[in-house]
Design a protein around this ligand. Sequence first.
Ligand code: NAI
Ligand code: AKG
Length: 429
Amino acid sequence: MNVNAPQLPSYISSENLGPWHIYLQQVEQVAPFLDKSLWPWIETLRRPKRSMIVDVPIRRDNGEVEHFEGYRVHHNTSRGPGKGGVRFHQDVTLSEVMALAGWMTIKNAVVNVPFGGAKGGIRVDPRQLSLSELEGLTRRYTSEISSMIGPDKDIPAPDMNTNAQTMAWMMDTYSMGEGRTVTGVVTGKPISLGGSLGRQDATGRGVFVTAREAARKLQIPLEGARVAVQGFGNVGEASARMFAQAGARIVAIQDVSGTIYNAAGLDVAALKAYQQANGTLLSAPCGEFIDNTAFWGVPCEFMVPAALESQINRFNAEQVLARIVVEGANGPTTPEADAILAERGITVVPDVLANAGGVTVSYFEWVQDFSSFFWSEEEINARLERIMAEAFNAIWQLAEQRGMSLRSAAFVIGCSRVLEARATRGLYP
Ligand SMILES: NC(=O)C1=CN([C@@H]2O[C@H](COP(=O)(O)OP(=O)(O)OC[C@H]3O[C@@H](n4cnc5c(N)ncnc54)[C@H](O)[C@@H]3O)[C@@H](O)[C@H]2O)C=CC1
Ligand SMILES: O=C(O)CCC(=O)C(=O)O
């Protein structure tokens, strides 16, 4: 076993080769800062524990059969069962799902919930499917990955373009196979099926709590602060709403349809109502539409990327004027952009901390399902706030002590917890 100081493996290029390589670079950056006793185990973070590629055929409404490719990856299960969302998107790849599963491993350890990291997805543009086609796709996918999931094995949840209804179909399909109702197989379910109060807003709430903590440290008042949000779905909308409730001004919102800007502040509730009625933000009557690339240069104190990976990159990082970037999305900032933002004195609250509110309340949901005893929303939000604030402060303190970024500090804490568990479990003799 190699116990020398960890070296950057030859298969990791400094070029951006996709999300999985970005995840690997992030692990490599902190390897030298991990306790020496953990070095022999770092390899365990460099590949998934297991991954599955599945063919997902469905019958389209016109009678034709169409095939989609799906994935479920268990990145690491040293600390407990796999846990992570399911994404439906036309650009999903195995590399992306591996990275998303890797980030789940680190995230779950950062907030200290007793899970490993997993993720799943299907390469499909869900906007092209009818509701019954989506149900068929979800059910077939669940059936194909059923050997990998289970309440004590791997517990999926919503991610991009999936929601509580998707989780209801997954829970029902899995339960049909088991011959009994197994609510704990997924989280993010409807409340009527054992879902948790507070899960819907949990990721956005966690984004807001970590932003508020960072603002306190940097003495930036939230009242009147300008906020730019990319993504107006589950995470982006809830984050924007909570910033607005705290007195901040949401000056720009970008979604897949375009970018809306209003220096005086956008009305988040009106935009949500407009989006629900029209399926798009385009032509909402409360701001001006600006070029998508101009979004990155909008004057603001907070920028919340809450859509896809690699959105802040070497091409636009110089443009960013925010004082704090709070990563609602997974992997929205490339390592090159991280370096540029650091050089320019912009603080990045990393994804593995900032968006961990979702999985934290998923953990509460899982616990509630096991005990069939449900908590009040006040209790859930209070526990979530405490976990997020404590995780933030531990990471901030380590970053200060070691003179490192918040991302590196979060990775040091996350990787150490995972590798300590792995080392303690030992090897088959
Ligand atoms: N849903 C959850 O609980 C969690 C989600 N995340 C991450 O947050 C991010 C967003 O997820 P959700 O809000 O759940 O997804 P969602 O499907 O609810 O919303 C996605 C939003 O991104 C926008 N979008 C898509 N492509 C875009 C593009 N090319 N440019 C600009 N905007 C674009 C969509 O229009 C939509 O407003 C993802 O990175 C996801 O992995 C992280 C932790 C938990
Ligand atoms: O709630 C969960 O289990 C996972 C949410 C998720 O996919 C994420 O944090 O990226």
